[in-house]
Design a protein around this ligand. Structure first.
Ligand code: G1P
Ligand code: ZN
Length: 538
């Protein structure tokens, strides 16, 4: 039986950089989840269509996915393809949308944010491109959420998602699929698996930290079972609703267990981690960290080692805030190069129109046009393939890169939990100041340009402004933007980058100190936020 339930709107269901992301307690409010899903359905007319659904297994995943299934049936969806037990990584979901030519998909995740009752929950909605819906579509969905008065849902027992196979709910087909099999096939078709298998057979060692999140089972299958890494190479491999209390963000702060191993005297050759839903990655060598910005540049420079790319690549793109390291690689290889606003969705048009093959963000996201989301395991396999083919270590590969292209010392400073109006005023004030900054000198830095960053999409001709940037004569940069993924309050992000051609092994914090001073001064960070220093530096 289909029930039509009367409801009243919540006013805060605006999607940010990566879908809707809220505190779990907010999502648990009556009809909160249902309102949002019905608003999407009202915009996309799902009758007769097919969608992929799954989630990263966090708290509320199991309940939310049942609601989603019952609402899909009640709204006339023809078929759902569901990851077994309701699990799908974000990259596997994007692959499934593309492979099955579905009309889109839903991933229940708050990505790298903590899970559990006191953590976060989120919903990402993808279109048939395999990538998240455009800003225009999310605006239409937001408008629906403001006016919603009823939603439709099946009044029926929960669906069993533990067995692979097909079943029916009303007229809708539900196909429960193995979430891993197709993804492994996809990776096998891109990388030189025999070469990586040989590397492990010769004694190469790695640790992968799944952070108790969705990629554990994928990693065991790919790294241990298929490629032959030693048993136990995958840490924290069982997905847990609260991620075992971990903050599943693969960076030097939160992936502490892995970082301690990689900086110990008997460190393995290679270390890597993924985030909650498997789209982010961190790469480490023995006592050596590769920044995501450098990783994008290094992968791009070494594309010819990879079977799927060896005949050439289209261009490369980065988010504006990401360091300019990859720009120098693109120039040398004479390939297209694009800078987009923060948010993976901006890469999708560039991939669909074959302008780019690779793309990446400073926030531990790297990917290619094999899907339309960033892909943590893909990035790790790319590194393993380069190591296997070049017979060089992570550190040697990176050092050679810096010698060839110079090193962009790069750090991101986050100021968390600022009141939204204080953050907005700070940005507005800075924006008003920008014209007066160009041409000014601060210590060793002369400002060449200070501007609001505006992106003109070459495919759909839309324009998006996102953040501000200050460029100096020596190739350094200061970038300011507000986070679009905070689940409460505002986060100011300040990104600093200093280009060096000679001094290649210095402390990044010391190298960007002069730029940090300028950032504090021009944005009046202390005066406006009361913060003397950043809450987190990555
Ligand atoms: C952050 C990252 C951004 C990434 C997004 C989703 O967004 O900075 O690169 O695409 O998470 O993973 P932000 O909070 O900065 O808007
Ligand atoms: Zn993620």
């Amino acid at each position: 039986m289909i029930d039509t339930i009367k409801t009243t709107p919540y006013m805060d269901q605006k999607m940010g950089t990566a879908g809707l992301r809220k505190k779990s307690k907010v999502v648990l409010q009556p009809n909160y989840f249902e309102n949002f899903i019905q608003s999407i359905f009202n915009v996309i007319s799902p009758q007769g269509k097919t969608y992929v659904i799954g989630g990263d297994g966090r708290f509320y995943n199991d309940i939310a996915i049942q609601k989603l299934i019952k609402m899909a049936a009640a709204n006339g969806v023809k078929k759902l393809i569901v990851g077994q037990n309701g699990y799908l990584s974000t990259p596997a979901s994007s692959n499934m949308i593309l492979k099955n030519h579905t009309d889109g998909g839903f991933v229940l995740t708050a990505s790298h944010n903590p899970g559990g009752e006191n953590g976060d929950f989120g919903i990402k909605f993808a279109t048939s491109t395999g990538g998240q819906c455009s800003a225009q579509v999310s605006e239409r969905i937001f408008n629906e959420t403001q006016n919603i008065s009823e939603y439709k849902i099946m009044n029926s027992a929960d669906v069993d998602l533990s067995q692979i196979g097909s079943q029916k709910l009303l007229d809708m087909e539900i196909e429960v699929v193995d979430p891993i099999k197709d993804y492994v096939k996809l990776m096998e078709g891109i990388f030189d698996f025999p070469a990586i298998r040989k590397l492990f057979a010769e004694g190469f060692t790695m640790r992968f930290d799944a952070m108790n999140a969705v990629t554990g089972p994928y990693a065991i299958e790919i790294f241990e079972n298929v490629l032959g890494a030693a048993k136990g190479s995958v840490l924290n491999s069982t997905p847990k609703p609260d991620f075992g209390g971990l903050h599943p963000d693969p960076n030097l702060v939160y992936a502490k267990e892995l970082v301690d191993i990689m900086y110990s005297d008997d460190a393995p050759d290679f270390g890597a981690a993924n985030d909650g839903d498997g789209d982010r990655n961190m790469i480490l060598g023995k006592k050596f960290f590769v920044t995501p910005s450098d990783s994008l540049a290094i992968l791009t420079d070494n594309y010819a080692y990879i079977p799927a790319y060896k005949n050439g690549i289209f261009g490369v793109a980065k988010s504006m805030a990401t360091s300019t390291a990859v720009a120098r690689v693109a120039a040398r290889h004479n390939i297209g190069y694009y800078e987009v606003p923060t948010g993976w969705k901006y890469f999708v048009n560039l991939m669909d129109s074959r302008r780019i093959t690779f793309c990446g963000e400073e926030s531990f996201g790297t990917g290619s046009s094999h899907i339309r989301e960033k892909d943590g395991i893909w990035a790790i396999l790319f590194w393993l393939n380069i190591i296997a083919s070049s017979k060089k270590s992570v550190e040697e590969i990176t050092m050679e890169h810096w010698k060839k292209y110079g090193r962009s010392y790069y750090l991101r400073f986050d100021f968390d939990g600022i009141k939204t109006d204080v953050a907005n005023d700070l940005m507005k004030n800075l924006e008003n100041k920008l014209p007066s900054l160009t041409g000014k000198t601060y210590g060793e830095f002369k400002i060449k340009l200070a501007e609001v960053f505006t992106y003109h999409d070459p495919v759909d001709n839309s324009s998006t402004s996102n953040g501000m940037r200050i460029l100096t004569e020596d190739g350094s940069r200061i970038v300011f933007r507000l986070s679009g993924t905070s689940s409460s309050g505002a986060t100011l992000r300040v990104y600093l980058e200093k280009l060096e051609h000679e001094k290649l092994r210095e402390d990044p914090v010391a190298m960007v100190e002069g730029l940090l001073k300028i950032a504090f001064e021009v944005a009046e960070i202390r005066e406006r936020t009361g913060k003397q220093k950043a809450d987190i530096i990555t």
